[in-house]
Design a protein around this ligand. Structure first.
Ligand SMILES: [Zn+2]
Length: 350
């Protein structure tokens, strides 16, 4: 019944998006082969190298990377993203007749998954859920819709995109080939949105619940909860390691959101970045944010300026503390001193 609700929704975003569709920009083989002053004896070897290189480039969409799938339960896989390429993690959930993919990822990773996901199951990907609006989770949307899937999200994801796009899309397209290759002027929005949490997809084999639990990492953080398997997918509301960005966050509220997630009592926690694990990921992310907020607040109340603040974090936060904590401190300082969530304050894309 709920799936039927999906199909009856009007979709002006999708129609607009379809009009914006484009083809990948072709590579220029001449540029790849332009090698000045080559000795004759090298010519054949370099020609071969160029041929191989051109073959590799032209074949790029058909050359998938490894899935590296980890089976979490029957029909549920965790697919770690390549951090060097900026990819987030993905989760694949098998239903009776179709697959759900959690997060669209960047277009490069989306193409890999579209090509290789049959290794996990021959069923089609019907739904792709954007956990939030950030580029490494949602910019692959059009790759999935071109492959026949429907993208969806909590309403807050589209609101975040309307707030920050197309500025972020344009700056990312300037630095990433996979985004630029889509030839789009704006970030493709999730096609379908839900406003009431939880939204539930259910069939004879499985129930999957999609929750919004409050403003944490962004104003649209979606959690995916499998109640029978006790598996929780968190997007970037919880990451395993020093990988989080606080620019769009509500730092003071974030630990409360994680407390709601902990109340599910998950056995498995699948974060947006970093290794899969258990509830210790939620607890660690929560404690780090609480400790960060507390140390900055204490020093603000003692009259210190931003430059004078020396964050003192306990050893238990080690896994979540980045090498350079100054950005996190500055964002937290802004939230405390301006009495508004950091994400509500004017800020650029970082
Ligand atoms: Zn994020």
């Amino acid at each position: 019944m709920i799936a039927a609700f999906f199909y009856t929704l009007p979709c002006p975003i999708h129609s607009r998006f379809l009009r914006m569709g484009g083809k990948p920009r072709p590579s220029n083989p001449k540029l790849l082969c332009r090698v000045p002053h080559v000795p004759r004896t090298w010519g054949r070897g370099i020609a071969s190298i160029c041929f191989l290189f051109i073959s590799a480039v032209t074949a790029l969409p058909a050359q998938p990377g490894p899935l590296n799938a980890q089976k979490i339960a029957d029909g549920v896989w965790f697919l770690p993203g390549d951090a060097a390429k900026g990819y987030c993690n993905n989760i694949v959930i098998e239903m009776r007749d179709y697959l759900i993919v959690v997060d669209a990822n960047y277009p490069g990773r989306a193409r890999e998954l579209v090509a290789e996901i049959h290794q996990l199951s021959p069923k089609p990907v019907r739904f792709v859920f954007d956990t939030h609006a950030h580029r490494d989770h949602a910019y692959g949307n059009s790759v999935w819709t071109d492959a026949g899937a429907t993208t969806f999200a909590y309403q807050g994801v589209a609101d975040e995109m309307d707030r920050y796009e197309p500025r972020r899309w344009r700056s990312t397209a300037a630095e990433r080939d996979d985004v630029r290759s889509l030839n789009l002027a704006d970030a493709p929005r999730p096609q379908l949105l839900f406003r009431q949490s939880p939204f539930i997809l259910k069939d004879a084999t499985r129930e999957v619940r999609f929750y919004f639990l409050g403003w944490a990492h962004t104003r649209g953080d979606g959690f995916v909860w499998l109640p029978n398997e006790r598996i929780l997918s968190t997007g970037d509301a919880a990451v395993n390691g020093p990988r989080n960005k606080l620019w769009d966050a509500n730092i003071e509220n974030w630990p409360r959101v994680l407390a709601r997630a902990l109340a599910f009592q998950p056995l498995h926690v699948l974060p947006g970045h970093g290794d899969a694990g258990g509830p210790e990921i939620l607890l660690g992310q929560q404690t780090f944010l609480q400790d960060l907020f507390a140390t900055v607040k204490t020093q603000v109340e003692a009259g210190k300026t931003l430059a004078q603040i020396v964050p003192i974090l306990p050893e238990r936060d080690r896994n979540w503390i980045p090498k350079d904590l100054s950005t996190d401190v500055a964002i937290t300082y802004a939230e405390i001193t301006q009495h508004q969530p950091a994400g509500a304050l004017p800020h650029g894309w970082k």
